[in-house]
Design a protein around this ligand. Structure first.
Ligand SMILES: Cc1ncc(COP(=O)(O)O)c(C=O)c1O
Length: 429
């Protein structure tokens, strides 16, 4: 009964677009549907039910979670509910107990031993990366190692540091043949002036995962700080930041966590708090502040990197998205996404004219696969795929002229088949 009602609703209002707040509240919850139906996660039906928890246009195959993740209905519901509540009873400040609860909920996503004390809630990963790069003590001539495949979230603040503080940036080209090749390339760039290695955990260009445990060992052995842009990794690959010896890790909540837009988390290893100075501070950054006495003590946790009024509804939304994903299971979702991305990778390999740019070793591949049709301009290929309602992402960075496809929990085999048929067609034309 519940299932029939659910399917009817899926094919109705949600498919047509946005839902009213009332309709959102009437929407069946995934937990209830799964309990009532006893559906198994290895069935296509299960993933159809999951897809039904998103407002995504049914006619479009949304294959760009690496660009922006769609949020499930419980997250949207919670976000709207909390915005309404704030407007009914406006109150300055945010609920400290809930704020802490969010950090407790997010910490296991970053690793089994990560403490909520080590997390600051930010607006985006970009904000977290800026907190790190602006908070370290730089001297002219200090060196930073990064890759040539970084997002502007890393490149822009680094180049600004170079302009303003005359740091030296050394770059390596990612090795897509061998994971360890990346560690070797980084090692070759280290000099006595190297202070920091900052790279993506998973690149936005090729969906390439770097061997962070190996690179972390290298950084530690040479007394170099290790910072990661984890935007494309969290929710895609299991994280264990303690094991990898990472000092700083910045993520956004709005990609593979499927959370509210403009949410982020910054991890700062607790024994780095004194080394990383907060640069924007205000209410909530301190444990004690007394202008008359001229005293200030920063907050003892990573809350020292937070400041001022928050839009707490955003984090209620992110927490609800995390609950939704944990209800299904991160490993269940990863296995599903992996099935699709690996099937795509394999099938692409048999299409004449296709060049696959993502890593050769499956261990370093993720649910984002990048390819191009060789010997031609891929802009029209991308345009054509969008025309055919396949929402992928063009990769113009580093003159790659390629196309990136992301597979997430709302994607399914029918979309994969449709995508492959169209690529076949375009490769022949
Ligand atoms: C690797 C990487 N880093 C950083 C960002 C920027 O994320 P945000 O705008 O949420 O800070 C992106 C966005 O696509 C990304 O792919």
């Amino acid at each position: 009964m519940l299932r029939r009602e659910f399917v009817r609703m899926v094919s109705g209002a949600a498919a047509a677009g946005a839902l009213s707040t009332r309709a959102l509240h009437a929407w069946p919850r995934l937990e209830d549907i799964l309990r009532a139906d006893g559906v198994r996660p290895d069935s296509a039906h299960f993933w159809r039910l999951v897809r039904g928890q998103f407002l995504l246009d049914r006619d479009v195959a949304y294959l760009n979670t690496g660009g922006l993740g769609a949020s499930p209905l419980p997250a949207i519901r919670k976000l709207k509910e909390m915005i309404d509540a704030e407007e009914c009873h406006p109150s300055a400040g945010h609920d400290k107990a809930d704020w802490w609860r969010f950090k407790e909920k997010f910490a296991p996503w970053l690793g089994p031993e990560v403490s909520p004390r080590e997390l600051a809630l930010t607006g985006t990963a970009t904000e977290g990366i800026n907190i790190v790069l602006n908070g370290l003590p730089w001297a002219a001539g200090d060196e930073v190692i990064t890759s040539t495949h970084e997002h502007p979230a890393v490149n822009v603040p680094l180049l600004l540091k170079r302009q303003r503080q005359r740091i030296v940036i050394r770059t390596f080209e990612p090795d897509v043949e061998r994971g360890s090749g990346n560690t070797e390339r980084i090692a070759a760039l280290i000099t006595p002036r190297t202070r920091l290695i900052i790279i993506s955990h998973v690149t936005c260009t090729l969906g390439q995962q770097f061997p962070i445990a190996e690179i972390g060992d290298l950084a530690r052995s040479r007394d170099i700080l290790f910072a990661l842009d984890g935007v494309q990794a969290i929710g895609q690959v299991p994280l264990d930041l303690k094991k990898a010896g990472v000092d700083f890790y910045a993520v956004s909540g709005h990609k593979w966590m499927h959370g509210t837009k403009r949410t982020g988390i910054l991890y700062v290893r607790e024994d780095r708090f004194d080394h990383l100075q907060p640069t924007v501070v205000g209410a909530h950054s301190s444990a004690q502040c007394d202008m008359a006495a001229g005293t200030l003590t920063l907050h003892p946790t990573a809350q020292r990197y937070e400041f001022a009024t928050q839009n707490e509804a955003l984090f209620y939304g992110l927490a609800a998205a995390v609950d939704f994903i944990d209800t299904i299971g991160r490993d269940v979702i990863n296995a599903h996404n992996r099935r699709l991305s690996e099937a795509f990778y394999e099938a692409l390999g048999s299409i004449d004219g296709v060049e696959i740019l993502s890593p050769r070793e499956s261990e370093w591949r993720t649910h984002m696969i990048t390819f191009r049709l060789g010997g031609r301009d891929n802009e029209p290929v991308y345009d054509e795929l969008r025309q055919r309602k396949l929402r992928v992402r063009k990769v113009n960075e580093h003159a790659l002229d390629a196309i990136r496809v992301s597979f997430a929990l709302y994607n399914h085999e029918v979309e994969l088949d449709r995508l492959l048929t169209e690529i076949h067609d375009l490769a022949r034309s």
